[in-house]
Structure formats: structure tokens, C-alpha cells
Design a binder for this molecule. Structure first.
Ligand code: ADP
Ligand code: ZN
Length: 634
């Protein structure tokens, strides 16, 4: 996963080189074998007469017949008494009018004269071979150009612009295949009715919407939803991605839009789906380096097309984006994409029903609980859930099991969220340090009142340089509501610092490792948000930063500098204060539970993975654990 694109590029590049040279070589070989040698060379063994000798023979009456090839300037001379199968002798003639003189002499001496017109056959053969050569060269050159063009951004493919959108006569997708986004589905149900029986709306003078904008993160099912509308209404589905409009040549995108709508009009009623519309529909004139002519032309063409067809022409344009904030306002005007439907990441219930949809065609053990899977996967999009079950199915097949079990699903979750598991490290001081680091996280997770429930802690390394991890089960109420309390945030920061704190307590400040850098990044982000967004510091409930100041390619070219320098340093001091308080808290707690921590490290080193219930049971034997976790002791 890490190297492919440069590696692939390189290999394609070198293969292009070989193919091109190979092609040229083949061309040359063909040339060598196919090009007939000129007759002069072909008959090189025959004796040659000079012109003078030839004239002499004529005068002496020794010439029986002569064939004149005027075009080539050669006379083929058959002498008297020559063997019947002997080739004629050749004489190079002078060009032009002197041949008339020669013919007169031949006639005078009773020689048979035959005039051959080689400009017919011979020249034709030459022409043929030469054009063959030319064709081969042109072909080779074209291949070369095409190859290099496809590497260099499709310079040559503009000729094929028509092939750039897809058309499905029947998508085969129905609303039942789309789960977990009920509100969006309900809103779009109406569009199906528009397509099926427009007269219901036009009869009472209602204007049918031309465009629907689906807004949501990648993988939330926007494409699926659009296909389901087409499927339910039984109309064709045209689709194109906005990024495909952005081409090297100005005008190509616009002509593609025209093509697309021409075809769509022929097939109305139908759905036209434009994925990633923000690629063309970004606000005009925004972005670094000024406007992009090509994009603007494409966008203008799109607007023209949408204005051009009547409301009841039966074409409904559905566009998808996750960046509605950067879209050109012209797109959102009435008569264009005036309907906007938000497609959110699924909640617990949504995830459950998406899992149910994708479990339909999978063999699963009877004891499997999709509820548990849905609980374990907050923040997963529909696409990620579909991918999760697919990964689990692959694991099941690899393990030669009949049906997918909970183990496979758990493993697939870790694989997707953390990385491929690698073989455990051999015992070493590094492994010991990793164990302390992870136990630091895990122990604090279990001791703190507001933290989430520990699911497992492991020191089996994963791809991407991960030496171990501590996993807790997210609290679905919090995740789904998106509301975090100050207590939760502070405990979260303390847990995140647990690894660093354990290293420092056990090995000393000088021995802390860079392995905690990810944790520290997380701590800084959370602490800063507490100060600048949530008003959870001494600076009070003031929003010191807007939520979207990261948007710098769209409307907000530059993040607005909203705070004075003085305030900025106050913010820094507050952030630092939160982090240091939490670190102190983490270190104190771990110091107080040092014996327990050492024991847990021994257990983890021996078993490499300890699950939450077992972990809590060990902790409970040494100390008190928060009540909410008591019920979840193994
Ligand atoms: P988007 O267009 O929003 O990026 P897609 O529609 O392409 O997402 O989703 C990709 C795949 O993920 C779908 O083909 C489907 O298998 C699965 N998927 C996504 N959302 C859902 C959903 N709400 N219900 C069922 N499957 C979904
Ligand atoms: Zn850590």
C-alpha cells in the first residue's frame, strides 16, 4: 500500500521504452524483408554491356531483341545465339531524347524492340513498399505518442471524449439496498414519482426540480442512492465524475458536458449523476493561482445545459459532493441544484441496517451479533461497513471456515482501523517498553471514571510502524450525539498521555521514546479545541477560531487571523496548562499503581493480547474500578 504509485509509474515508463524500440525494430525487419530489391541489384550476376558496346553489337547485327525500360533507363538485351534461359544483358541508357535515336537504329537493324513501361508495375511496387515503410513509421510514432501522452496526462485522449461518461440502462439497485440514511431516502422518494408520473405534478402547475445535490462524506452511499432512484423509476442512469471534466485542453470539458446532455435528452426520462461536482463547480475565480479557464468553461456549459431543458423534460441531474462550502453559488440558484439532501455518516441504527443489507449474501455463524459489530464501528461509512464484511469474508475463506465468525469480523475491524498484524517482536527491551506504554494507556482507561470501556490491549505489531495499541469501545451516545463533556475530554487526554507517562515513570524522563508522538499530537488537538472552540478554559466561553478555518482552497483563501498575538500566546499557555495537568495526573495515578502496572506488563508480555474483561478482572483484584465498569468484569 505504501509504494505502489511511484513504483508502478516507473515500470510503466520503462515498459513504454522497450515497446517503442521493439516496435521500431520490427518495423526495420519488415522493411528489410518486404522491400523488393531494385531489379538492377536483383540481376547483378548478369553481364553488363556498356552503351558503346551495345551500339557496336547492333551495328554488327548480333542483337536479337531489346526490351526498353524507359522509366528506369535500362535496355534488356538478348544477343543472337544466347541460351534460351539466359538472362538478358543490361545496358544503362542515357536519359531523354537519345532513346528515340536508339530505337531508330534498332529498327534499322531489324531488332525486335519492346517498350516496357515500368512506371506501372515497378514504380507501383516501390510506392507500395515506401508507403508501407511510412505507415509502419507513422504507426510506431503514434504508439509512442499515445504511450507518453497517457503518462503525461491524457494529452491524446481528448478525441475519445464521448466515452467518458457511463450509461446504465438498468441499475438494478432499489431503495431496499440503501440502508441507514432514511431521511435522505424519504426526500428522494419524491424524485422517483417525478420520473414515473410527472403529470401528477405538472397538472397542478408544480415545477419539477431539475437538480438535486447530495452532500456527504465519501462512502456514505450517494452514488448508491442515485442509482436506486434510477432503479426504482426504471430509467437509465448516466454518470460522470467531475474530476474527469478537468482536462488539459480548454473546451474539452465543455464539449463533454454537451455530449452527455445530448445523449441524456435522447434517453429521457433519465438520471444524470455527476460525482465530485466540486471539481468543476468550485466558486469561480477562487483557488490558488487565479481562475481555471477550463473549469469555468465546463461549469458554464453545465449551467447552460441545466437552464436549457424544461423542468418537465424528464432529466433529473443528481450531483454529489462533500464540499458544499466551496461550490459556486450559481449552482445553487433556483432551477439548478436547488434541492439539497444531506447524507450523513450512519448512526448506530443506520450502521446496523447497512450491516444487515450487506450480510444478506454472506454465510455467517448463527451466534454472530451484528448489533455488536455496529457498536464497534462508530464513524464507519456505509462503504467502510461493506468493506468490513467483505474483508471478514475473505479472512473466513483464507481460514477455510464454512461460515464467518465474530473473530473474523473483529480481525477485519482491526485490520481496517489499525493495519495488518505482523509477527510479534522477540523479547527485547523495546518490547518491554512498548508493553509499559500500552499498559499505561489501558490502566488509565480502566481507572478513570469518564473514559470509555477498554476493549483490548495488544503488543502484536501492525503495519505502518505500530508496535502495539490499546482499544476502547466508543460510547455510542457520545459519538452519535457528537457532544463531549469536559470530563470526558480531560480523561481522554489523560489516557492519551498514559503511554508517555508510563515510559517516563518506569524508564525515566530521559528514556521516553518517540513512539508517543501520535498520542501527543492528539493531546494537543483536543486541548486546543477545548480552549478555542468549546470555551473550556480560563479564557472563557469565547470562540477563538472558526470551525472551518482549514478551508483554504475554496472561499476562504487564507485562514482569517482572528486573534491578536497576545491572545494567541494566552491560548498556547492554556493548551500547555491542560496538557501538563493531565500528564501529572497520569503519572501520579500510574505511580500509585506501580505494582499493578508491573504485573499487567508481565501478563501482556506473556500473552501479547489481553481483552478488556480479563484486564478489568486483574485490575479489580488490586484496586477499585469505576462502577460503570464493574458489570463488565470477566
Ligand atoms: P459515495 O457515492 O457516497 O462515495 P457509494 O454510493 O459509492 O458512496 O458507496 C460505495 C458502496 O458502499 C456502495 O456501493 C455500497 O456497497 C456501500 N454503501 C454505502 N452506503 C451504503 C448504504 N447507506 N447502504 C448500503 N450500502 C452502502
Ligand atoms: Zn500510545
Amino acid at each position: 500500500m505504501t509504494i505502489p504509485s511511484p513504483g508502478k509509474q516507473a515500470s510503466v515508463g520503462s515498459r513504454t521504452g522497450i515497446t517503442a524500440t521493439g516496435l521500431m525494430t520490427v518495423g526495420w525487419v519488415l522493411l528489410q524483408t518486404l522491400m523488393p530489391l531494385p531489379p538492377a541489384l536483383a540481376q547483378a550476376e548478369t553481364e553488363e554491356l556498356t552503351y558503346g558496346q551495345f551500339l557496336q553489337r547492333i551495328e554488327q547485327g548480333q542483337v536479337e531483341s531489346v526490351a526498353l525500360d524507359e522509366a528506369r533507363g535500362i535496355a534488356y538485351v538478348t544477343l543472337d545465339g544466347a541460351a534460351a534461359d539466359a538472362p538478358p544483358q543490361q545496358v544503362a541508357l542515357f536519359a531523354g531524347e537519345r532513346n528515340a535515336e536508339l530505337i531508330r537504329r534498332l529498327r534499322a537493324n531489324d531488332v525486335d524492340v519492346e517498350i516496357r513501361d515500368s512506371s506501372g508495375s515497378g514504380a507501383l511496387a516501390w510506392l507500395a513498399t515506401n508507403s508501407l515503410l511510412a505507415l509502419i513509421l507513422i504507426f510506431g510514432l503514434l504508439m509512442l505518442l499515445r504511450r507518453s501522452a497517457s503518462g503525461a496526462g491524457n494529452a491524446m485522449s481528448f478525441g475519445k471524449s464521448k466515452a467518458r461518461f457511463q450509461m446504465e440502462a438498468k441499475t438494478g439497485v432499489v431503495f431496499d439496498d440503501v440502508a441507514g440514511i432514511e431521511e435522505a431516502k424519504e426526500e428522494l422518494q419524491e424524485v422517483v414519482t417525478f420520473l414515473k408520473s410527472p403529470e401528477k405534478f405538472t397538472a397542478i402547475g408544480a415545477r419539477i426540480p431539475k437538480g438535486v445535490l447530495l452532500i456527504g462524506q465519501p462512502g456514505t452511499g450517494k452514488t448508491l442512492l442515485a442509482k436506486a432512484i434510477a432503479g426504482e423509476a426504471g430509467v437509465p442512469f448516466f454518470s460522470i465524475s467531475g474530476s474527469e471534466f478537468v482536462e488539459m485542453f480548454v473546451g474539452v470539458g465543455a464539449s463533454r458536458v454537451r455530449d452527455l446532455f445530448r445523449k441524456a435528452k435522447e434517453s429521457a426520462p433519465c438520471i444524470v449523476f455527476i460525482d465530485e461536482i466540486d471539481a468543476v463547480g468550485r466558486q469561480r475565480g477562487a483557488g490558488i493561482g487565479g481562475g481555471n479557464d477550463e473549469r469555468e468553461q465546463t461549469l458554464n456549459q453545465l449551467l447552460t445545459e441545466m437552464d436549457g431543458f424544461e423542468g418537465n423534460s424528464g432529466i433529473i441531474v443528481i450531483a454529489a459532493t462533500n464540499r458544499v462550502d466551496v461550490l459556486d453559488l450559481a449552482l445553487l440558484r433556483p432551477g439548478r441544484f436547488d434541492r439539497q439532501v444531506v447524507v450523513d455518516l450512519p448512526t448506530y441504527k443506520g450502521r446496523l441496517s447497512i450491516l444487515e443489507v450487506h450480510a444478506r449474501n454472506k454465510k455467517m455463524e448463527s451466534g454472530i451479533s451484528l448489533e455488536a459489530v455496529a457498536r464497534r464501528t462508530p464513524g464507519f461509512s456505509g462503504a467502510e461497513l461493506a468493506n468490513l464484511l467483505n474483508e471478514a469474508a475473505i479472512l473466513t475463506a483464507r481460514r477455510r471456515k464454512e461460515a464467518m465468525g465474530m473473530v473474523e469480523i473483529e480481525d477485519a475491524i482491526d485490520r481496517i482501523t489499525i493495519g495488518l498484524s505482523l509477527t510479534p517482536l522477540l523479547d527485547s527491551s523495546r518490547k518491554r517498553m512498548t508493553a509499559y506504554h500500552e499498559i499505561g494507556h489501558a490502566l488509565l482507561t480502566t481507572l478513570l471514571t469518564h473514559s470509555d470501556e477498554l476493549n483490548k490491549v495488544t503488543i502484536i505489531p501492525r503495519s505502518g510502524g505500530i508496535e502495539g495499541f490499546t482499544q476502547s469501545l466508543p460510547n455510542e451516545d457520545i459519538i452519535d450525539s457528537g457532544l463531549y463533556t469536559r470530563n470526558w475530554l480531560v480523561d481522554r487526554i489523560t489516557v492519551a498521555l498514559g503511554g508517555f507517562a508510563a515510559e517516563a515513570e518506569v524508564f525515566g524522563d530521559d528514556e521516553t521514546s518517540t513512539g508517543a508522538s501520535g498520542d501527543i499530537q492528539q493531546v494537543s488537538n483536543l486541548a486546543r479545541q477545548m480552549v478555542t472552540l468549546y470555551g473550556m478554559s480560563e479564557l472563557g466561553p469565547v470562540a477563538l477560531e472558526s470551525m472551518d478555518n482549514q478551508v483554504f482552497l475554496g472561499r476562504n483563501l487564507m485562514p482569517r487571523n482572528e486573534v491578536s498575538e497576545e491572545m494567541a500566546s494566552k491560548i498556547d499557555a492554556q493548551v500547555r496548562g491542560i496538557a501538563l495537568t493531565c500528564l501529572n495526573r497520569a503519572r501520579t495515578l500510574l505511580r500509585e499503581h506501580r505494582v499493578l502496572m508491573d504485573h499487567l506488563v508481565d501478563v501482556l508480555l506473556e500473552r501479547e493480547t489481553v481483552d478488556g474483561e480479563e484486564f478489568r478482572e486483574i485490575v479489580r483484584q488490586y484496586t477499585q474500578i469505576p462502577e460503570k465498569f464493574l458489570a463488565k468484569v470477566g
